[in-house]
Design a protein around this ligand. Structure first.
Ligand SMILES: Nc1nc2c(ncn2[C@@H]2O[C@H](COP(=O)(O)OP(=O)(O)O)[C@@H](O)[C@H]2O)c(=O)[nH]1
Ligand SMILES: [Mg+2]
Length: 284
């Protein structure tokens, strides 16, 4: 298959109800772009038929690849598996639950074209409950800005665009809940990072995968980011290395094997379905 211009990576756990509509709107946006694209969906321990649904999409549309992970490792493991499969020089991540809006993808791409390496979505009007979601997020974001010096306002946004080489540079620091710190890690790696306002919608189907417990995880991850920043002194850096080694081996480490990959074997995109079937293989 030819290397596409853009890879869209979608982490999905128990999002079967949202995925048909998400696919339709992503496909409609990609059809209007003057660049070629692929969509890499990463399922992860879903129990609601997400995998079967993604398989059906991959059978209809040659741009869709499905990766299925063994449970564990969280959203970071899903993103890492998606990044490994993504072949394009530009990678876009978007949540599967219809809270992000695919119509914002061209806005992110236009910003990358201005010369940035990373464009982070900024949910200026976040459509989540105030007390247990928006308030903790506001506090976490200002803490992250204070501790790291990052100017980004909305670290937790799922909608982001990256140049491939930046993702390769930050890979060793991705584990635990580090998807929330990826903009900081990119800044540490010397990338030009910016943000653009994006739309955000209420969750219509399914449930959030996170509760208030994430506040504690954010604090631990923030401490790890601080310890492992290249801006720290060498002695702090050595302590950071030990922490990273331990955390990568722990239950939130990213080293969870890909159990199955489903992708089209032919080169053609078949709008509306039909054409050759999909292949399925086991990566152990
Ligand atoms: N593959 C995979 N996706 C996940 C995992 N945890 C969360 N996600 C996906 O990440 C996105 C954001 O999660 P969500 O629960 O909506 O977070 P919230 O918007 O902050 O409440 C959704 O598409 C989820 O399905 C996971 O462990 N594995
Ligand atoms: Mg969500």
């Amino acid at each position: 298959m030819l290397r596409p211009d853009i890879s869209v990576v979608i982490p999905a756990r128990d999002e079967a109800e949202s995925l048909p509509e998400l696919y339709r709107s992503i496909a409609s946006v990609l059809d209007r772009l003057d660049r070629s694209a692929e969509v890499v969906c990463v399922d992860h321990g879903s129990r609601d038929g997400t995998f079967a649904l993604l398989q059906a999409l991959a059978a209809r549309d040659s741009r869709v690849t499905v990766v299925r992970l063994r449970p564990g490792g969280g959203k970071v493991a899903a993103l890492l598996a998606g990044f490994d499969r993504a072949r394009a020089a530009v990678v876009i991540t978007i949540d599967a639950d219809l809270q992000d809006d695919p119509e914002d993808i061209p806005v992110l791409l236009a910003k990358l074209d201005e010369g940035y390496d990373v464009v982070s979505g900024w949910r200026r009007r976040r459509e989540d409950r105030f007390l247990d979601r928006r308030l903790p997020s506001l506090l976490a974001n200002s803490l992250i800005r204070g501790v790291t010096g990052s100017p980004v306002h909305d670290h937790g946004a799922g909608l982001k665009a990256y140049r491939r080489e930046v993702l390769d540079a930050v890979r060793p620091r991705l584990f635990g809940g580090m998807h929330r710190f990826i903009a900081v890690l990119c800044e540490d790696a010397g990338a030009r990072v910016t943000e653009v306002a994006v739309h955000h919608h209420p969750r219509r189907f399914g449930r959030s995968k996170y509760g208030l417990a994430r506040t504690w995880h954010v604090l631990v991850d923030l401490g790890t980011v601080w310890l492992t920043s290249p801006r720290r002194s060498p002695s702090v850096g050595r302590l950071g290395e030990l922490v990273v080694r331990g955390r990568r081996r722990g239950p939130t480490g990213p080293d969870h094997g890909v159990s199955e990959v489903v992708e089209r074997t032919d080169d053609r995109h078949v709008p509306g379905g039909g054409g050759p079937g999909c292949s399925s293989r086991s990566d152990g």
